[in-house]
Design a protein around this ligand. Structure first.
Ligand code: ADP
Ligand code: MG
Length: 225
């Protein structure tokens, strides 16, 4: 099992009011699975993804990532996990604008303390994997949206994560680049990478092996039409 959530709740505080955003979420994912999360805007999808991605902590409940109980981790242990086990892809790419594609992809390796030569090699390899070997020295503003997202995917892959998390990765792309990005996720999953993806698009979600729906902080299995 790559991922297991047990009775996860997340509340936000708004002044003195407690706003429950995730309500008793139970969810499991096997190594190598490709799961899509759908649900209306404001239903808690990003909140859930940030907890799974160790960017945020749940208010209560347990989260196991690759068998390890995250709920008890310190900040340092969480960032270590983010670095070693998780690849995160955002809707708006989150690339550093003054760095080249290669430098952006190298960044997680720099944090992980990988030596320069190996960093270069692995970043090049990851960029080649996403079809951007001829764009390594371009900065984000010299790349199309689809290319930027592929750089972001290369960055997510470069540490060989156990799981790839994607929060509406095609949300800012035109349909053709969106399809290319989806094909990339598909082929990465074929190679054995576990993929958990949030999407609004039911056509995209149909490409996953399994769908779950979040509505008002409650997770349900795919609803029958
Ligand atoms: P989704 O990604 O499904 O659109 P989010 O997880 O971003 O939904 O948000 C779920 C709910 O949590 C929303 O009602 C939002 O207003 C609230 N929310 C998200 N982040 C915060 C925050 N930092 N503080 C307070 N409320 C928040
Ligand atoms: Mg969201």
């Amino acid at each position: 099992m790559i991922l297991e959530l047990k009775d996860i709740c997340k509340d936000y505080l708004q002044g003195k009011m407690v706003i429950p955003v995730l309500k008793h979420i139970d969810f499991q994912m096997e190594q190598g699975e490709y799961v899509a999360i759908m649900g209306p805007s404001g239903s808690g999808k990003t909140t859930l993804m940030n907890i799974v991605g160790c960017l945020d902590q749940a208010t209560s409940g347990q989260l196991f990532l690759d068998g390890q109980d995250i709920s008890k981790c310190t900040e340092n242990e969480m960032s270590d996990l983010r670095l070693k086990k998780i690849g995160f892809v955002f809707q708006n790419f989150q690339l550093l604008s003054r760095q080249t594609a290669l430098e952006n992809v190298e960044l997680p390796l720099t944090y992980a303390g990988v030596a320069k030569k190996e960093r270069r090699e692995r970043a090049l390899q990851a960029l080649t994997r996403v079809g951007l070997e001829d764009r390594v020295n371009f900065q984000p503003n010299q790349l199309s949206g689809g290319q930027k997202q592929r750089v972001a995917i290369a960055r997510a892959l470069v540490n060989r994560p156990k799981i790839l998390l994607a929060d509406e990765p095609t949300g800012a792309l035109d349909s053709t680049s969106g399809e290319q990005v989806m094909e990339l996720f598909q082929s990465l999953n074929d190679e054995g990478v576990s993929v958990l993806m949030i999407t609004h698009d039911s056509e995209i979600a149909a490409k996953a092996q399994r769908k779950v729906i979040i509505r008002d902080g409650i997770m349900k299995k795919e609803e029958q039409p």
